[in-house]
Design a protein around this ligand. Structure first.
Ligand code: HEC
Length: 295
């Protein structure tokens, strides 16, 4: 499994070869200095110093070190660690490898899967960053301590200048229609700019359809209906997660609101947003995406 991921990405071959020739000179890992401490990515001056704050962890660790692999349609285990998606895919989200453990469980670093992966004692797979300490340094205990501290502090979201008066909008959908994913997505994430009023959300209000696109929306053929469960974690009210009941094979898919289910969500301030406008055929399609599983 790990090997397939590793070989599945052409650039990694280059990284591997480069690292082999530098093997005697530990410290040339991406984004880390000789002591395994994060360094700036160059050009734009040093990043803000590493602290137990999400934005700082993103800028110093997730973006330069992790999102080399954990990005886009090829992100391993569906975990994207780029700045746009990392928080919503980490906090309160069950890990794909050990679903009984959340990737980040606020207040509980020991039971946060990301910490187990970084410290190298997770039940499944390799220590992160993948390939450490051979192809790149592992994070030091000092660096990991900042992530532990952020989790102990309750894993607060990045401090952004929230405009509370701004209308409720969808900020991100993973996976999206732009880039196919190369493994069955463990979950579909719909992220919002405000916290949702979860009382309105019904766990059986959506499903996924595998489709054979036709010339018009009306002629689209549904070849399979995949039941799905909808949830919003108490740990992060800004991300609505949709869990397919089984793995999705390669194909075109769309996320659909069940007939008769509410097509609107509201935030805690009472602002509503239409997630989908019912089409002529009565379908309320939220989004589409493609799965292209590479053998
Ligand atoms: C060289 C590519 C690569 C890099 C860099 C990398 N990872 Fe990974 N990551 C993987 C692969 C491949 C897997 C799946 C196989 C495994 O777990 O060994 C994975 C799995 C994971 C998982 C398990 C996700 C789940 O839901 O089960 C976590 C958590 C994780 N990585 C965190 C990180 C963090 C944090 C960093 C940065 C410090 C990082 N990774 C850097 C390739 C990478």
């Amino acid at each position: 499994m790990a090997l397939r991921h590793f070989l599945g990405h052409p650039w990694r071959t280059g990284t591997l070869l480069a690292s082999l020739s530098l093997a005697a000179c530990a410290g040339n890992g991406v984004g880390l200095d000789a002591n395994g401490q994060p360094v700036g990515t160059g050009g734009g001056g040093p990043p803000p110093p590493l602290s137990a704050d999400f934005s700082s962890i993103q800028a110093n660790i997730f973006t330069p070190i992790c999102s080399v692999c954990h990005i886009g349609g090829g992100a391993p285990e569906g975990l994207r660690l780029d700045a746009a998606d990392s928080y919503n895919l980490l906090v309160g989200v069950p890990s794909t490898e050990v679903p009984s453990l959340d990737r980040v469980k606020p207040g509980d670093p020991d039971n946060s899967y990301i910490i187990q992966k970084l410290e190298g004692h997770a039940a499944v797979g390799a220590q992160m960053p993948f390939g450490c300490p051979t192809t790149q340094p592992c994070l030091t205990a000092t660096t990991i301590a900042f992530i532990r501290q952020w989790i102990s502090n309750g894993a607060p979201p990045p401090a952004v200048a929230t405009v509370h008066a701004a209308p409720l909008t969808v900020t991100s959908i993973v996976p999206d229609a732009v880039e196919p994913v190369n493994e069955s997505p463990p979950q579909i994430m719909v992220a919002f700019n405000h916290e949702l009023d979860v009382w309105q959300i019904d766990s059986r209000s959506m499903h996924i359809e595998k489709i054979v696109p036709g010339e018009s929306t009306a002629s689209t053929l549904v070849s399979e209906v995949v039941p799905a469960r909808v949830s919003v974690s108490n740990a992060n009210l800004r991300a609505l997660m949709v869990w397919p009941s089984h793995q999705l094979a390669s194909g075109h898919y769309r996320l659909v609101i069940n007939a008769g289910a509410p097509t609107q969500v509201s935030d805690l301030a009472g602002n509503s947003l239409a997630l989908a406008v019912p089409s002529e055929s009565g379908e309320s399609v939220i989004s589409t995406f493609d799965v292209e599983v590479h053998p």
